[in-house]
Design a protein around this ligand. Structure first.
Ligand SMILES: Nc1nc2c(ncn2[C@@H]2O[C@H](COP(=O)(O)OP(=O)(O)OP(=O)(O)O)[C@@H](O)[C@H]2O)c(=O)[nH]1
Length: 194
């Protein structure tokens, strides 16, 4: 479904990485990207994080969620192992986009939890699909992955789209006063394993 479009070196403050972009089969550029450490082509049990964009956390360091902590744990892990993959999916706000996510935060500030806020706005709790992520992993010719996630739906979503997940590894950051309610809601209502 997707193919590699371009790849370039990405020296980073974490270590030497590579960035890869993709197109659909009919040539449309997609915004989702892969960040790679080492040589993953044809490899099994590649340490892999499929990360959903979180502008507030990933870029601005918001403490409302654990997104940035998880991203940094994953980058440090693949850099220290010298091999691994981060598939960075532009599925901001579990797929509702940044404008609606801010509205969802507004609703959470007045007492709703993260799921109730989505529902109040007329969305399902999670709109993400893992079809494109799976296709990117396949386009990179990765044989199988060790997936860093606490979300069983992510494992199932990749497997359903043909990715061999050798095993899941938890990716747990320190909970903070600002995100403990969010983390507890993910555990209680969204099946996350913390
Ligand atoms: N709609 C909505 N999205 C949120 C909220 N907080 C964080 N997000 C988004 O949630 C996504 C991350 O999802 P999480 O449920 O934290 O984690 P996950 O990716 O399902 O699971 P892990 O692999 O364990 O991290 C990112 O796209 C964030 O922008 C929120 O309160 N509402």
């Amino acid at each position: 479904m997707v193919r590699v479009y371009a790849r370039a070196k990405l020296p980073s403050r974490h270590g030497d990485l590579e960035i890869v972009s993709f197109t659909t089969r009919d040539g449309q550029r997609i915004d989702d990207i892969a960040i790679i450490a080492g040589d993953i082509t044809g490899k099994s049990a590649v340490p892999t994080r499929v990360h959903s964009e979180c502008l507030t956390g990933d870029v601005f360091g918001s403490l409302r969620c654990d997104c940035r902590d998880q991203l940094e744990l994953a980058i440090d892990r693949i850099c220290s192992e010298g091999v691994g993959l981060i598939v960075y999916m532009r599925q901001e706000g579990r797929g509702i986009g940044i404008a609606e996510k801010v509205r969802a935060y507004e609703l959470q500030d007045s007492g709703l939890d993260t799921l109730e806020a989505n529902v109040h706005l007329g969305f399902d709790g999670d709109l993400r699909s893992y079809e494109v992520a799976a296709s990117m992993i396949q386009a990179l010719e990765v044989d199988s992955v060790v997936l860093f996630t606490n979300n069983p739906e992510k494992v199932e979503g990749l497997q359903a789209n043909g990715v061999e997940v050798e095993r899941r590894e938890a990716i747990i950051s320190e909970s903070r006063e600002e995100n403990v309610h969010y983390l507890m809601t993910k555990k209680a209502k969204m099946g996350h394993i913390l």
